[in-house]
Design a protein around this ligand. Structure first.
Ligand code: HEM
Length: 306
């Protein structure tokens, strides 16, 4: 799933330019994220300056990503590469109110942010969805019926989205039970009172979709996987922050529509052809680091749909 969403975000951001480097990019990102997500480096930031193996891998990862991204930017700026209808072209052409354009460094930073934010979360959403479908054959069967009714043998396209209602409900329910961004926090830059509580300057507040989205005050039988609960505009009846897999407020996920569209189309396209059985070993245990990953990955058996 990671490889798939990485290739998709690479193509959306850089057109075909990064396609050939997808493996390199995946490897480099792994090294960068391993260090970024390691609590040891969060608590003891000075360790980032030490010549230890994980720091060296991190530095090599950043250098590789820079080489690829700056390389693509340079080719585009020099006009050696055909302009695409991708996000990189938009960033290169974007102008501020005063007419100035972004520097290469800014374009690199923006692209890398989207690159990082834009693939692992979607890959995790899909992975947990496979687990839930594997544990609930009745839901999988209903999904197969919808795919066969709406699509028959042809490929899913954007135009099918409004008709893939159950597929969409499955994704909503999976994001409720296994939110890839399971927890997020803010730090007060000055004393502030929120909901009657004083939050002193420099203190952090963390909020946890994993806990809130499994709270019986908002969701009946919260630990049960029930995509049907999303029928009849259920979301509209909820408190705005009872369900927030994409965050909220000014830092709300910028990729939400893209991710939702991508997840539904990928689930439809793959589930049309395959049923996925998640094998019992290694046990699929959630590992709450920066994102919610399955601790040892998921081992699956792919069964071709009749
Ligand atoms: C299922 C998939 C996704 C989930 C669950 C998800 C979740 C989130 C959440 C919870 C936040 C807010 C973090 C916070 O408030 O601290 C966020 C921010 C962000 N997301 Fe996503 N995301 C997903 C897909 C994507 C995609 C596909 C992209 C880009 C193509 C993307 C780009 C971003 C960016 C750039 C931010 C930072 C926005 C800002 O700080 O202004 N995300 N995402």
């Amino acid at each position: 799933m990671m490889q798939l969403t990485l290739e998709i975000v690479a193509k959306t951001l850089f057109g075909a330019d990064v396609g050939d480097h997808a493996d390199d990019v995946g490897e480099a990102l792994d090294a960068v994220l391993a260090l970024a997500a390691d609590p040891i480096f969060m608590f003891f930031p000075f360790l980032r300056e030490m010549p230890i193996p994980s720091v060296k891998r991190y530095r090599r990862g950043i250098a590789k990503l820079d080489a690829i991204i700056f390389g693509v930017i340079e080719k585009r700026r020099a006009g050696k590469q055909e302009e695409g209808n991708d996000l990189l072209s938009m960033l290169l052409h974007a102008k501020d109110e005063d007419g100035s354009r972004m520097s290469d460094r800014q374009v690199r930073d923006e692209s890398l942010t989207l690159f990082l934010a834009g693939h692992e979360t979607t890959a995790l959403a899909l992975s947990w969805t496979w687990l839930l479908l594997s544990q609930h054959p009745e839901v999988d069967k209903k999904l197969a019926t919808e795919l066969s009714d709406v699509l028959g043998d042809r490929e899913a396209t954007l135009a099918d989205l409004p008709n893939l209602r159950y597929t969409n409900q499955i994704i909503n329910e999976s994001l409720r039970m296994y939110p890839p961004a399971w927890s997020m926090g803010r730090e007060a830059c000055e004393d502030v009172v929120v909901g009657g509580y004083l939050i002193p300057r420099d203190h952090q507040v963390w909020f946890c979709p994993w806990a809130i989205q499994r709270d019986a005050r908002w969701f009946e039988a919260p630990d049960e996987f029930r995509p049907e609960r999303w029928e009849n505009d259920f979301q509209r009846t909820l408190h705005r922050y009872a369900y927030f897999p994409f965050g909220g407020g000014p830092r709300f996920c910028i990729g939400q529509s893209f991710a939702q569209m991508e997840a539904v189309l990928l689930l439809a396209t793959l589930a049309q052809r395959f049923r996925v059985e998640v094998l019992p070993k290694p046990a699929p245990t959630p590992d709450p680091t920066v994102t919610l990953r399955p601790k040892h990955g998921l081992r699956v058996r792919l069964c071709r749909r009749a």
